[in-house]
Design a protein around this ligand. Structure first.
Ligand code: A3P
Length: 321
């Protein structure tokens, strides 16, 4: 494995490492990912460099489930759902404790200096079943995930809504000072943390039929959460839910309920601007009244040009947005 020379600065004055697998035999073991990772990009803070080897070598367990997303794709929503399914709908515990303490964000220590703990070690020490959150792209995930085919839940969201939601989040937590227009430009240039976004979700979309991968979109969760839950129950090998349990779960996961809950709404968990709100709008299409026409068009072209390389289009992945 090689961490390449930093190529430019990211928003927080950090650098951009890019990792590549080296060695033929090793690459062959990365099935179904038999591709050259050398053209994949991920913008990360400087501190990531002192964690990447440990993340790469992270020891997984058979019962592990990884929630993998780009930021602002509905990670928290999916984590709460998956955590409840893995913990026999323990709503009492869910109401009493922050999700962030029940489902650890693996690389948090690399991006947040105030965390105070080593998030990789905390993941290591979690009890089973571990539900681990990460925003890292496929090529930077612990390699055992691929070697041992650990379960991955991947949530994607249309790029325009991701940009808007990311802008509000980054601004709220003090990682971005500029305008939304500047943010969109930086996002498309892969200079925002965790970008490049398009390769992030396309890699998982292309693996969506692998047995250990559950691919879903935020848009699908909004359209028909019940059907997503039924699919996820099977993927996680959980007991099927009866009608009452399904109703309870749907109610618990509603935007309004999670927003009003003391622990299901993570807003207070962040040291952020007074007007920061984590549970912001919770809709498909907030880009429509938040992005300029020029930026909507620019993002559409940027997305479609990339998807064309893989014979894909936005509609088949996200539906109407
Ligand atoms: P918006 O900023 O568009 O409102 P993440 O958890 O990946 O950071 O994603 C956050 C986004 O998911 C925010 O989007 C947030 O409002 C939305 N979200 C969180 N919980 C939700 C829920 N129960 N229903 C719908 N959207 C939800």
């Amino acid at each position: 494995m090689n961490v390449s020379k930093p190529l430019s600065s990211s928003l927080s004055g950090s650098i951009i490492p890019m990792m590549q697998l080296q060695g033929k035999e090793e690459a062959a073991l990365w099935l179904p990912l038999q591709q050259d990772w050398g053209n994949r990009w991920c913008t990360m803070p400087q501190r990531y460099l002192s964690f990447c080897d440990r993340i790469d070598a992270f020891e997984t367990r058979a019962s592990d489930v990884f929630v993998v997303t780009f930021m602002k794709c509905g990670t928290t929503w999916m984590q709460e759902l998956a955590w409840l399914l893995l913990n026999r709908l323990d709503f009492d515990q869910a109401k009493r404790s922050y999700l962030m303490d029940r489902s650890i964000f693996m690389e948090l220590s690399t991006i947040r200096d105030r965390y105070g703990k080593d998030s990789v070690t905390v993941c290591d020490q979690m009890s089973n079943p571990r539900l681990i959150k990460t925003h890292l792209p496929a090529q930077l995930l612990p390699r055992e995930i691929w070697l041992r085919k650990r379960k991955i839940i991947y949530v994607a969201r249309n790029a325009k809504d991701v940009v808007v939601s990311s802008y509000h989040f980054m601004k709220g937590v003090g990682h971005w000072e500029g305008s939304i227009d500047e943010f969109v430009d930086e996002f498309m240039k892969d200079r925002v943390m965790f970008t490049s976004y398009l390769s992030h979700f396309v890699d998982f979309y292309r693996m969506r039929n692998e047995k250990n991968i559950f691919f879903v979109t935020y848009e699908e969760m909004k359209r028909d959460l019940k059907q997503v839950i039924e699919r996820l129950v099977k993927f996680l090998d959980c007991q099927p839910l009866d009608e009452i349990q399904m109703e309870q779960l749907l109610k618990y996961l509603s935007f309004e309920n999670m927003k009003s809950g003391e622990h299901s709404n993570p807003t207070r968990y962040f040291k952020a601007r007074p007007d920061f709100e984590f549970m912001r709008r919770g809709i498909v299409g907030s880009y429509k009244d938040e992005l300029s026409a020029a930026h909507r068009e620019a993002l559409d072209n940027w997305t479609q040009n990339y998807l064309n390389e893989y014979g894909l289009n936005e509609f088949e992945i996200f539906g109407n947005i």
